[in-house]
Design a protein around this ligand. Sequence first.
Ligand code: AMP
Length: 568
Amino acid sequence: MLDYSEVCTTFSWEAVRASLQGLPNNSGLNIAHEAIERHANGPLRDRVAIRWLGKKDTSLELTYGELQAGSNRFANLLKQLGVNKGERVFWLAGRIPILYSVFFGILKTGAVFCPLFSAFGPEPIAQRLERGNAKILVTTERQYRKKIEPLLSRLPELESILLVDREEKLNEWVLSLPQLMADSSSEFTIPPTDPEDKAILHFTSGTTGMPKGAVHVHNAVLTHWITGRYVLDLHPEDVFWCTADPGWVTGTSYGIITPLLHGVTSIVDEAEFEIQRWYQILEQHKVTVWYTAPTAIRMLMRASADVREKYDLSALRLIHSVGEPLNPEAIFWGQRVLGLPIHDNWWQTETGGIMVANYAALEIRPGSMGKPLPGIEAAIANRLPDGTLQLEGDEVEGELVLRRGWPSMFRAYLHEQERYNTCFVGDWYLTGDLARRDTDGYFWFIGRADDIIKTAGHMVGPFEVESSLMEHAAVAEAGVIGKPEPTIGELVKAFVVLKPGFSASDELKQELIGFGRIRLGSAVAPKEIEFTDNLPKTRSGKIMRRLLKARELGLPIGDTSTLEGSAS
Ligand code: AMP
């Protein structure tokens, strides 16, 4: 994209659809066809699609042709296991090579891929498997033994578990994936797929209830394709690295689908963040386009400049960041230390793809999320007392809203129609984020309109954490907030009221932190506990987390007219 304004005036989603191939004989649109078959049946067949870097300095390359065969095998074995269209196949493992065959194999059959973050503890896993009616789970033996086996009685709908790292089955329904893959045919024809057929289910956290399952359809591929061009500027000769984990939406939309749509080589690093390792990957693999997150950037910023100087990053031409606010200092640091500014962009699980961005073709406004993707209408709105929306002009704070109907918009919260409906007012989808638009059309993030916590880029629902803590014998009540933290954005902090007979102590604090980690996993568990005699509540009994947070930060506590005990 060379001229943002011009592209906005001529843009049409029909033209985007026309750049995709579609299934043969006009039989619909399938993400797997666009990402894999199209290249595997053409000149890019032998190009490296995935270059996987293992934790222990091993590596593996998968070409588009190999991914075609692998995903066909997985599709065939799902058919043998009796998986039908629309049924959910869950993934609980890290960034390992078989993921890509599993992912596209599921999409080829018309079943639905549902990832779980591998650092989740048993409780978030059980919640999601139950709510998602998991029929098949693909995981590792370690995850199975540690987290799944104890949960089996809660999962009556789960029919088979496929272990990625076992050569032989454990029993009649805990099977060896390598064995099944070897016995499965590498020929498969994608059945007709309606663009509205379900493809991916991503759980995301809510403020009040348990996680919500955002349903995405094959038509989302239009957004993936066009953001790959306009935002990430991908071309087949690129080497692209998205650092997100497939347990989260960035890891599927941009860690799996988008780079392959554009025929690029996509780097996948199995290991966790480590400064030298990351610089080395950028240098050694000549990464040209890099998609990462503010927490990682802030960790790189903390390293001394001479670490960076050891590496040649001259191949790098574009850096994007997503998931949390990107401070202007990070953008200037990028320019100074990496030789390139960092482009912030905004989206969320429900939007399926990037919605607002700083583009290579536009001047970056440091601190701003950028401008809407061509084809996306974004606005700032406030709710009027009668429930309708008032669209605001420039420089007015309000909720960021998007005109409904873009291809990757979530189509449902699984089994929760009412919850889905409340996200929309008329033609507008309410994002839950507060923002403002400046007079040049750039959007600026202000904060969440609700109590959701963003910690190291991961969304955590306070209710999920509170519910879990309350299962500890000593806990009467818990209120959970995100406490600002300079590197990871926010850390999960719990205020705990103890039951009679228990008294506050450092030992109990440590015990509760440990309890949280075991049940919820390190990505979700509270890192800080504070004992308190009571929690501020509304008169209807809802914990006022906003107040807990204001107290924590020493800020004015704002409107407390609904607070329990206040005058009516
Ligand atoms: P998730 O659904 O987990 O991807 O989280 C989406 C949320 O992350 C958004 O609703 C925002 O609150 C936050 N977020 C994503 N990108 C940005 C950004 N560029 N700046 C500020 N917040 C962001």
